[in-house]
Design a protein around this ligand. Structure first.
Ligand code: G3H
Ligand code: ZN
Length: 284
């Protein structure tokens, strides 16, 4: 069933013990099918997210992929929400709203602190009038568009409190040691910072770059206060790796339905394992 992002995040926050909600990036229809199927098999809530970079890859077309995700969500036996990820333009946000997405990450993290507050607050006034939730980011999660993860870029709890109050964001992406696009799970998270951020703000905390986080650290991150767990690269490692191995063993294979199904099954396995790890299985 089609769900709203904020409802999924607030249910996870209220639950005792808390659990994490996976938010997985969709590039192709096969990604979305595998993610929804994996979540349904676990009876877990899930968020399908499409990033501005994925829209660029789709030659600027957001709507066809959202429409497909929406149909998958409606047909699913478990809750599936639709989210626009890492948006930097108002035009794309308006198109996401019109296409039926219920939340947007408006990424003004590259701007100065004052400007981040100003543009995020403006975006939120527009979004709330339409009933949409906005995820803001404070701090710098590296690995994207040349950004570098550094101690100076980590999210300060006091600044986070001020930022949430000043902007009215519905969820907050925090920099606590992760970096986007990592293919190995070697990140060292700043757990005390996560705890302090949870104390400082009442909105759900979002972890970007979760692919680089070891499984046991992801569990602790959720126990400390992370609610939305953004995962992309690990899905692509599984998808592409499985297809590469399959094609290496079947050099004459040309039918995308055959190797596509192999890639899809690999994503589904990752989704199922992560839902169990985050405690989300059975919550949808
Ligand atoms: O917004 C999406 C993510 O933060 C995913 O990051 O590709 O490192 O898992 P990742
Ligand atoms: Zn991200």
């Amino acid at each position: 069933m089609l769900a709203r992002t904020q409802d999924l995040l607030e249910a996870a926050m209220r639950s005792q013990p808390r659990y994490g909600v996976l938010a997985c990036n969709v590039i192709e229809l096969g990604h979305a099918e595998a993610i929804v199927q994996g979540a349904a098999a676990e009876r877990a809530p899930i968020i399908l997210q499409i990033s501005q970079n994925a829209v660029r890859y789709r030659i600027g077309a957001l709507e066809p992929l959202v429409a497909a995700c929406r149909e998958l969500a409606i047909a699913s036996s478990t809750p599936v929400a639709l989210h626009l990820d890492h948006a930097t333009t108002y035009d794309l946000c308006e198109r996401a709203a019109a296409a039926g997405m219920s939340s947007i990450m408006f990424d003004a993290s590259a701007a100065s602190h004052a400007r981040n507050i100003e543009i995020t607050a403006t975006e939120i006034r527009w979004a709330h009038d339409l009933g949409l939730a906005i995820e803001g980011e404070l701090g710098i999660v590296g690995g994207k568009d040349g950004a570098i993860t550094s101690l100076a870029g980590m999210t300060d709890p006091q600044a986070a409190m001020d930022y949430v109050t000043a902007t009215g964001v519905d969820a907050l992406a925090v920099a606590v040691g992760t970096e986007h696009g990592m293919t190995e799970q070697v990140v060292v998270l700043d757990f005390d910072r996560i705890s302090a951020l949870r104390e400082a703000v009442a909105v759900p905390l979002v972890l970007h770059g979760s692919s680089g986080v070891p499984d046991d650290s992801l569990v602790e991150a959720v126990q400390r206060g992370i609610v939305k767990v953004n995962l992309a690269t690990q899905l692509n490692v599984a998808f592409t790796g499985a297809i590469r191995r399959f094609l290496d063993d079947n050099a004459q294979m040309v039918d995308p339905r055959t190797y596509g199904a192999v890639g899809r099954a690999a994503i589904e396995q990752v989704i199922r394992a992560k839902c169990r790890l985050l405690g989300a299985s059975g919550k949808g």
